[in-house]
Design a protein around this ligand. Structure first.
Ligand SMILES: [Zn+2]
Length: 454
C-alpha cells in the first residue's frame, strides 16, 4: 500500500502527530492504529492471536493486522489499549426487540402457550409510541452494553413503532436489519392484520425506511407459517423480489408447531418448503431461527439456499423445544450462527449464548444417537457469534483485511495468574460480563452509550 503512495505523501503528514487520525494524500483515507492483545477467528478452527499487536484501520476498514508496527506508520499516533484485549463485535441474528421487557418470564410453558400468555400481550403494548420510544431506547442501550454491535430484530406488527425502532437504531450507531412482523391468522384480535393492510403497510414502511435509515435495513418478517396465510406469504414474497430484500422467520422450533404447519399446508412436503414455495427464502439472504428438528430434505434446501441458521440454545432450553444438532449441521455444511432469541432467551449477552451453545452441544454428545460426536469447541462457537453471523452484513466479524472494523475492547482486572490473552478471553466468555467492555467500534467509529437518558 505504502509503495503506491506518491512521493510527496509525507509532506501531508505534518499534522499527523497532533491528531488521532491521519489523512493520506494518496487515498484521503483516514487511518488509525490500535494496539492491544488482538484475538479473532478467521476460521472456526482456532483463534488467531496477536499479543501486543496492531490493527491498522483505513476509513473504517481493517487494512492489516500485525505483531510489529511497520516503519511507514512509525510517526503516526497509536490508540494504545495495552493490557486490554480486542475482539470483533458480536452479531445477533435473532432477537425480538419488543420482548426485551418480558425476557425471563413464562418458561414453565412451551412455545405455543408461551406465545399466547406472555409474548402477544407484551407486543400489544407497542401500539403505543410512547412505550415503544422508552423501551426501544433501553433495548438498544442494552445491546450496546453487552457488545452486540449488529443484529437482526423482529419488531411488532405496528408500523409506527417499527419505524421508531429503525430510527433509534440509526441514531445509536449500531447496525441492524429490522422487520415489521406480519401476521394475519391465528393470533389474538389485537395482533392480527387484514392481509391487504399488512402488505400495504409493509410496502410503505420499506419505502419510508429507505429514505430515513440508510444504515438500518428492512427485513421481511413473517412471524412464522402458522400466523401468515398463503395470500400474505405470496404478497410478502413479491415484496422480497421487487425490493430485493432479505427475510427472517422461525423454522422447526417445536414439534407441536411442526405438526400444525403440516395440518395447515398438507400439500407442501415440509415446513421449510412452505417458505420457499412463497418466495420467502432468497438465496444467501435468509435467516431461519431455531432449526432444531429439521429433516434431511429441509437441510438440503437450507444448504442450497445458503440460509443462516440462528441457533438459540438458551431459548430452546427455556421453552423445552429441543437441542439443535449443531455438529451434524456444521458437518453437512450449513451456516450456523449463535443468537439470543430474547425474550425466549432471557438475556441478550452473546458471551453467555456462546457458553450455552457449547453446553447444549456437550449435552447432546452424551445422549443416545450422538455419542462420539465432538461437542462444539470455544473457537468454533466464537466464530459462530462473530464471523458467521457478520457475513449477513457484508465482510464483518473478524479482523481480516477488508473487514469492517467492528471491535470490543475488554479490560479485566489484574492478571495475577499470568494468563495468556486467549485464556483471558476464555474467562471473559464464560464468567465475564458487560462491565469489562470499555470501548465499542462499529465500522471504525467509536460508539458511545446511545441513549443515556433512557
Ligand atoms: Zn424468535
Amino acid at each position: 500500500m505504502s509503495d503506491m503512495m506518491p512521493r510527496n505523501a509525507r509532506h501531508n503528514d505534518i499534522n499527523a502527530e497532533a491528531s488521532a487520525y491521519h489523512t493520506s494524500a494518496a487515498t484521503h483515507a483516514t487511518l488509525s492504529i490500535i494496539k492491544g492483545d488482538i484475538l479473532h477467528t478467521p476460521t472456526p478452527d482456532d483463534f488467531e492471536v496477536f499479543e501486543n499487536g496492531y490493527i491498522i484501520v483505513a476509513d473504517g476498514t481493517v487494512q492489516r493486522i500485525t505483531s510489529d508496527l511497520p516503519n511507514e506508520y512509525a510517526n503516526l499516533p497509536v490508540t494504545d489499549y495495552s493490557g486490554s484485549f480486542i475482539i470483533p463485535g458480536f452479531n445477533d441474528l435473532h432477537i425480538h426487540a419488543p420482548q426485551y421487557p418480558m425476557a425471563g418470564l413464562g418458561f414453565d410453558y412451551k412455545l405455543l402457550p408461551w406465545l399466547e400468555r406472555y409474548t402477544f400481550p407484551a407486543e400489544e403494548n407497542f401500539a403505543d409510541p410512547a412505550i415503544a420510544q422508552r423501551w426501544y431506547k433501553r433495548f438498544l442501550n442494552k445491546l450496546w452494553s453487552v457488545g452486540t454491535l449488529r443484529f437482526s430484530a423482529f419488531a411488532t406488527l405496528h408500523a409506527q413503532s417499527t419505524l421508531q425502532l429503525m430510527r433509534l437504531s440509526q441514531q445509536s450507531g449500531l447496525r441492524a436489519f429490522i422487520g415489521k412482523v406480519n401476521m394475519d391468522r391465528n393470533a389474538p384480535e389485537s395482533l392480527i392484520e387484514g392481509t391487504d393492510d399488512s402488505l400495504a403497510t409493509t410496502q410503505k414502511l420499506i419505502e419510508k425506511s429507505r429514505k430515513l435509515t440508510p444504515d438500518i435495513g428492512f427485513i421481511v418478517t413473517p412471524r412464522f407459517v402458522p400466523s401468515t396465510t398463503p395470500e400474505l406469504m405470496q404478497g410478502l414474497g413479491e415484496l422480497v423480489e421487487r425490493y430485493d430484500l432479505p427475510v427472517q422467520s422461525h423454522l422447526d422450533e417445536n414439534l407441536g408447531e411442526i405438526d400444525w404447519v403440516r395440518d395447515l399446508h398438507p400439500d407442501i412436503p415440509s415446513y421449510a418448503e412452505v417458505y420457499e414455495h412463497y418466495g420467502l427464502m432468497p438465496e444467501g439472504r435468509t435467516i431461519m431461527a431455531h432449526c432444531v428438528h429439521t429433516s434431511e430434505r429441509e437441510r438440503a434446501l437450507l444448504k442450497a439456499r445458503r440460509v443462516y441458521l440462528a441457533h438459540c440454545a438458551q431459548s430452546n432450553m427455556n421453552l423445552t423445544s429441543g437441542i439443535m444438532p449443531v455438529r451434524r449441521d456444521l458437518n453437512y455444511g450449513l451456516s450456523v450462527t449463535i443468537a439470543s432469541d430474547v425474550g425466549a432467551g432471557h438475556v441478550p449477552d452473546i458471551n453467555r449464548h456462546i457458553v450455552q451453545s457449547i453446553e447444549a452441544s456437550k449435552m447432546l454428545s452424551m445422549l443416545p444417537g450422538h455419542q462420539g460426536e465432538h461437542p462444539l469447541r470455544l473457537p468454533e462457537a466464537f466464530y459462530m457469534a462473530t464471523k458467521a453471523g457478520g457475513a449477513f452484513f457484508g465482510q464483518v466479524g473478524s479482523f481480516e483485511p477488508g473487514s469492517d472494523f467492528d471491535a470490543l475492547v475488554i479490560r479485566e482486572g489484574d492478571n495475577p495468574l499470568g494468563l495468556s490473552p486467549q485464556e483471558r478471553l476464555e474467562r471473559f466468555i464464560y464468567a465475564g460480563d458487560d462491565r469489562s467492555i470499555t470501548h465499542r467500534f462499529v465500522a471504525g467509529r467509536e460508539i458511545p452509550l446511545p441513549f443515556p437518558e433512557a
